[in-house]
Design a protein around this ligand. Structure first.
Ligand code: AP5
Ligand code: MG
Length: 219
């Protein structure tokens, strides 16, 4: 089987993290979420985390000079030799060009870009209803994806959950605006390279995954 080196793209709340959990469970590829890396650094109060927080709290992108370096270091690690999946990177053309250089240097070419398409009107409701397990990071939604037993994480059985700071309504609005503007050129970039597969993200979580499975099984 071909090594899967994937990019998962989609606007905030499109379902990148939700689908990533399923892809990892089936295809055992290494999940690299720049958002998760920044949140871990903020939680640990590292220098990079303190710097990133200024941008994330406003719903803006962390500068490419910081983000590109983090991804390059992560892709250079040996566990990605058997495949990786980038979630939330690249987000602009500069990052896409930087990624091209990194993957060429490391000889780990991207073989598919999965774009989860959702109309922007749906996203605010998705983000305002999201909550996350404090222990394992599993993501839920109060209406669309609640835990099977109320108040208990399906994955690890813990009972404490949190909402992300950047899911506040003011921040969400800017995140969606910033990313919408950058998304179209990125879609064109990967379409031109014949790497783009767009799936309909505005259907049940399992139906979105079925579309993704079809793409990945064909590679
Ligand atoms: P990041 O953490 O990547 O945030 P994001 O892109 O805004 O995306 P989200 O994680 O909010 O949404 P998601 O698509 O993963 O949706 P989820 O599956 O959780 O980045 C955070 C910040 O870090 C950025 O704003 C930026 O500042 C910085 N950053 C990150 N990468 C960067 C980069 N490359 N360059 C510069 N800065 C960067 O689903 C959302 C909710 O919907 C959940 O509640 C879920 O249960 C529910 N749901 C999912 N799918 C469905 C469905 N099909 N139907 C109904 N509900 C659904
Ligand atoms: Mg996410």
């Amino acid at each position: 089987m071909t090594t899967l080196n994937l990019v998962l793209m989609g606007l905030p709340g499109a379902g990148k993290g939700t689908q990533a959990q399923k892809i990892v469970a089936e295809f055992h590829t290494v999940h690299i979420s720049t958002g998760d890396i920044f949140r871990a650094a903020m939680k640990n109060g590292t220098k990079m985390g303190i710097e990133a927080k200024k941008f994330i709290d406003q719903g803006n992108l962390v500068p490419d000079s910081v983000t590109d370096g983090i991804v390059e270091d992560r892709l250079a690690e040996d566990d990605t030799n058997a495949g990786f999946m980038l979630d939330g990177y690249p987000r602009n053309l500069e990052q896409a060009n930087a990624l091209d250089k990194m993957t060429a240097k490391l000889n780990k070419p991207i073989n598919a870009v999965i774009n989860i398409h959702v109309d922007p009107e749906v996203l605010i409701e998705r983000l305002s209803g999201r909550f996350i397990c404090k222990n394992c990071g599993a993501t839920y939604h109060k209406l669309y994806n609640p835990p099977k037993v109320e108040g208990t994480c399906d994955v690890c059985g813990h009972h404490e959950f949190y909402q992300r700071d950047d899911d506040k309504p003011e921040t969400v609005k800017n995140r969606i605006e910033v990313n919408t503007k950058l998304n179209t050129p990125l879609i064109d970039f990967y379409n031109d390279k014949k790497l783009l597969y767009t799936v309909n993200g505005d259907q049940d979580i399992d139906d979105v995954y079925k579309e993704i499975q079809k793409v990945l099984r064909a590679i």
